[in-house]
Write a protein that binds this ligand. Structure first.
Ligand code: PLP
Length: 457
């Protein structure tokens, strides 16, 4: 195991333990041991409760002790825990695929299961490339994505992701991708420009880039409908994705939406892109799909793409041992049922409104909070040194890490990120609490975030 970088340990970790055989995410710190979950809380070994204000990394949409999901996993373990997809399908995988397609944006028809977000993106990129091979357009070999995006840490996903600093040392291994501006009105909108005009202007960068590199060389455009980890819950402005859809269609490239973080009810609808009024050719989901109970992701595609495989080679040249894992799909089937029929995505919309309002109330006038944004239970606060000029803090101050540590100390899990990202952005805090959050817990979240800001800003 290789744990998150900047979480301060609240336990004293003996030197020998810090140097144990676990390859923690930080090579310098060992985080506290999580031993129990209850609703929106995680408890460490010492019994300290942490309110999960970010669902880990926008994962735990149903909290940490959902009895129905746990029962489904146990029942599937008793029936058949694993059967390799080279030989078998499983009842839960078939059920889950039907359920996802029944609720998916128009045109999506097939579900390719994987074990997480990066795998879902990797499958999307390869599926898109092989689609063009199947239809005889082999000249297409590159992608267009956006700066300040994150699509995962495997090589394809990292290459399309727009965080230069994450890619830097792996550059020789990257897939060919060019990056256009994100839709980030807080920093990109010009004086006197209305939001819609801003959205069209930045969407048109896709067309300009297509013309620059030659549209016949491009496989597709990939973007997060609401940007998560790298920007802090930034939705596109109205009309942006419709324009992107038009441009993709005009030049015959695939529109791939990465809903690994913002999908599965997080923004108040099962798929985030529903709110932008567009249907992608391919969409990736993970995180909330398994809600943390099982590692699972999926890549959904249209019938047109699947048909090209069916009428062509008949085989997607891709795969992992654990795709469509019966216990993971059994868990996710209950999760998706709860999000849809159980009304949990609608609850994310309602509670999300309350959360947004509470954040505005508490921090709308804060001298170091420049922007509060997001949809549903996916909210971001951008921290600035100066509200007027929007100047960020010096990255060397590590403001976001300090906020994360202070919140953790106060018993709140939140997801700050930032520093300099491609030379533009400062620090932000991402909130993505479980949809089951109560009004009292919502108050606790805002109070504890306030304590953390008080200690750092
Ligand atoms: N895509 C997006 C938009 C993400 O936010 C993430 C993870 O944060 C990923 C892909 C990668 O997912 P995973 O960490 O499950 O591999």
């Amino acid at each position: 195991l290789f744990h998150a970088e900047s979480v301060q340990s609240t336990e004293s970790v003996p030197e020998s333990k810090a140097m144990s055989h676990v390859f923690h995410r930080s090579a310098k710190q060992t985080p506290p041991v999580a031993t129990r979950g209850e609703g929106g809380y995680i408890f460490d070994k010492a019994g300290k409760p942490y309110l999960d204000g970010s669902g880990g990394a926008a994962v735990s949409c149903l909290g940490h002790s959902d009895p129905d999901v746990i029962a489904a996993i146990k029942a599937q373990a008793d029936a058949i825990p694993f059967a390799h997809t080279g030989f078998f399908t499983s009842e839960p995988a078939e059920r889950l695929a039907d359920r996802l397609i029944a609720h998916a944006p128009e045109g999506l028809d097939k579900v390719y299961f994987v074990s997480g977000g990066s795998e879902a993106v990797e499958a999307a990129l390869k599926m898109a490339r092989q689609y063009f091979v199947e239809i005889g357009e082999e000249s297409r070999g590159r992608f267009i994505a956006r700066r300040q995006s994150y699509h995962g840490n495997t090589l394809g996903a990292l290459g399309t992701g727009g965080n230069a600093w994450r890619r830097a040392q792996f550059q020789p291994l990257m897939v060919e991708t060019s990056h256009i501006a994100p839709c980030y009105a807080y920093r990109g909108q010009e004086d006197g420009e209305d939001l819609v005009a801003y959205g069209q202007r930045v969407a048109d960068e896709l067309e300009a880039e297509l013309l620059r590199v030659g549209p016949e060389t491009v496989i597709g455009f990939i973007a997060e409908p609401v940007v998560g980890a790298t920007m802090g819950a930034v939705p596109a402005v109205p009309g942006y994705f419709k324009r992107i859809r038009e441009i993709c269609d005009r030049y015959g490239i695939l529109m791939i939406l990465d809903e690994v973080m913002c999908g599965m009810g997080r923004t108040g609808t099962l798929f985030a892109c529903e709110q932008d009024g567009v249907s992608p050719d391919i969409v990736t989901i993970a995180k909330g799909l398994g809600a943390g109970y099982q590692p699972i992701g999926a890549t959904l595609c249209t019938a047109r793409i699947f048909d090209a495989f069916q009428n062509g080679s008949g085989f997607f040249q891709h795969g992992h041992t654990y795709i469509g894992h019966p216990m993971a799909t059994a868990a996710a089937d209950v999760v998706v049922t709860k999000l849809t029929d159980g009304g949990m995505a609608a609850r994310a919309a309602d509670m999300g409104e309350k959360l947004g309002a509470a954040l505005f109330e508490a921090f709308g006038q804060h001298p170091h909070i420049g922007d509060i944004r997001g949809r549903g239970m996916f909210r971001g606060l951008e921290i600035v040194a100066d509200r007027e000029t929007k100047a960020p803090f010096d990255p060397a101050l590590g403001i976001n890490k300090k906020v994360k540590a202070a919140a953790f100390e106060a018993g709140l899990i939140c997801y700050p990120m930032g520093g300099t990202i491609d030379g533009v952005q400062g620090d932000h805090v991402l909130l993505a609490p479980p949809f089951i959050l109560t009004d009292d817990q919502l108050g606790e979240l805002v109070d504890k975030l306030g304590q953390a800001f008080g200690a750092v800003l």
